[in-house]
Design a binder for this molecule. Structure first.
Ligand SMILES: Nc1nc2c(ncn2[C@@H]2O[C@H](COP(=O)(O)OP(=O)(O)OP(=O)(O)O)[C@@H](O)[C@H]2O)c(=O)[nH]1
Ligand SMILES: [Mg+2]
Length: 512
């Protein structure tokens, strides 16, 4: 058995853990661990804390005493029986009356180690606020003396009460004795009939009646509940000492069986309360799994999108480079084949010469335009590809491309320099040295265009990353992830504290 100070420490730490719980959380519902239900915790938590605090307040002063609580419907003679146990008469400690009298719990000492608590009648208070006090005391008593009036059948309400959680069903923790009071009211009947009536009453209590949907109390408890016919009136008149003796005997036996159980009951209540929160631990673990799974899925989806975008960029760059080289080749071929001049034409510079010169100028402009439109097409393709690839994960994604003027200007210059080479060669009659120098210039321009393109692509890459990052918040996966993350964070402190309590961890988490 756990000693009181250890148990008190467990209770303190458990209350500390409870106070860190959020007002709302989600719990796993359904078998597949995939659905969650939102639940409100604040009320349950404060009730449970209150319950534990009340229990401990009680234990502080009563844990070494045996407690007998008098329960039953109104007017059955609870106070009268209490007075009898206290060896006083009608004007004794507990108020008696033929109308409802006891309205709050009252206690008195029978001897140094036993107290008796007189409670208000059940029917009158079970719906009241004070009812909590009554219920609290009922749970804490070693022995419940359930007082019935032989003149009234057992009410359904009382049966429901016995069935409820308020009453502990284990004889190791609490005992009940049923006192069928006021049997003196049968005294005008022949003795045989009296006995028969009492036996009928007891049989009904024990075994119930299927037609009345009353199963009897014998099925509810793990021990046999003594049922004692009694009359406080006769006890006062000292006219039925056998009954008095019998009552005292079962009281002594029951108290012996349930003595020193206050700490057991505290442990039992504490564990019962704590058990309800194991669901939160399970929920927390499931939320964590969910969160990690979403994190993995999210990271791999983003990676996949990025790599698809990169592949598509590489393909477009390759195609663009091929196109640029092919445009430049065509330009070179056209200029070298279509506008050749003879030395006579160059000397006279007649109409034919002028016409060719005009044509080669037009050719230059045409290829320059081709270069520009090729680049524009390239950057358009990149934008479209990125939007299409990113759409599945991020929805509508618009990428703005950086300014490409420096690239197009170098591409145009590379055409211009080819033209310059042929212009010098076919129309200005210069030597091959100037021709080659211009061609080198053209290559330089192309190299510069490549350098600018690299910068342009790296700027584009940054823009894609920034845009995707800003879009992550809109991802369904990310929203789901954030939902679980926030719930997990709110439960983290509770779960850590709970599992750090060795006593609770050993009981609830170390089971196979
Ligand atoms: N005839 C007879 N009357 C009894 C007996 N026991 C109690 N009474 C009377 O029944 C009435 C109710 O008794 P109480 O002891 O006040 O009953 P109670 O169960 O405490 O009632 P509440 O506190 O109102 O729930 C009183 O008038 C008692 O004198 C008994 O054994 N025989
Ligand atoms: Mg009373």
């Amino acid at each position: 058995m756990t000693d009181f100070s250890t148990l008190s420490e467990v209770k303190e730490h458990f209350i500390e853990a409870l106070t860190t719980l959020p007002e709302q959380t989600i719990l796993v519902s359904g078998e597949s661990n995939s659905t969650f239900t939102e639940i409100n915790l604040s009320e349950t938590v404060s009730q449970d804390i209150q319950r534990l605090q009340n229990l401990w307040e009680f234990l502080e002063s009563y844990r070494n005493l045996k407690i007998i609580a008098l329960v039953g419907m109104v007017n059955t003679g609870k106070s009268a029986l209490g007075n009898h146990l206290l060896h006083c008469g009608e004007s004794g400690i507990f108020e008696e009356a033929c109308i409802r009298e006891t309205s709050e719990a009252q206690e008195a000492k029978i001897d140094e180690e036993t107290i008796v608590i007189d409670l208000p009648g059940l029917g009158a208070v079970l719906c009241d606020e004070d009812d909590k006090v009554v219920r609290g005391i009922i749970r804490r008593a070693n022995l419940l003396l359930l007082v019935l009036d032989i003149n009234y059948p057992i009410p359904r309400h009382l049966y429901d009460f016995l069935k409820s959680d308020e009453v502990i069903k284990s004889g190791g923790l609490q005992r009940i004795i049923i006192v069928v009071n006021k049997i003196d009211s049968l005294q005008d009947l022949p003795e045989k009939v009296q006995k028969k009536q009492i036996q009928k009453y007891i049989n009904f209590l024990t075994n119930g009646n299927s037609q009345m949907e009353f199963e009897g109390i014998s099925k509810l408890f793990d021990y046999e509940i003594p049922i004692v016919p009694f009359s406080v009136k006769q006890a006062r008149e000292n006219t039925n000492s056998a009954l008095e003796y019998e009552l005292q005997r079962v009281i002594n036996l029951s108290l012996e069986a349930s003595s020193n159980t206050a700490i057991y009951r505290a442990e039992y209540d504490l564990l019962q309360i704590a058990a309800n929160y194991v669901l939160i631990l399970i929920g927390y673990a499931t939320i964590q799994e969910k969160k990690e799974d979403l994190d993995r899925r999210m990271t791999s989806s983003i990676k996949a999108v990025r790599s698809e975008i990169n592949d598509s960029l590489q393909r477009e760059i390759q195609r663009f480079a091929e196109r640029i080289i092919s445009i430049r080749d065509s330009c070179y071929k056209e200029m070298s084949n279509s506008y050749t001049t003879t030395s006579a034409e160059r000397f006279w510079q007649g109409d034919n010469f002028q016409w060719k010169k005009e044509r080669i100028n037009k050719c230059r402009e045409r290829y320059k335009e081709q270069m520009v439109s090729e680049f524009n097409q390239f950057s358009r393709n990149l934008r479209t590809n990125v939007s299409i690839i990113a759409r599945s994960l991020f929805g509508d994604v618009q990428i703005s491309v950086p300014n490409g003027d420096s690239i197009t200007s170098e591409l145009k210059s590379s055409i211009y320099e080819i033209w310059d080479a042929f212009d010098d060669y076919w129309f200005l009659d210069k030597d091959s040295y100037t021709f080659n120098r211009s061609l080198d210039q053209s290559t330089n321009c192309l190299n510069k265009a490549v350098d600018y393109l690299k910068d342009w692509l790296s700027e584009l890459d940054d823009r894609i990353s920034d845009t995707l990052r800003s879009k992550i918040n809109n991802m369904t996966l990310f929203q789901e992830y954030s939902y679980y993350l926030s719930h997990a964070q709110l439960l983290e402190s509770f779960c850590q504290k709970f599992v750090s309590i060795d006593y609770l961890r050993d009981i609830f988490l170390n089971q196979q």
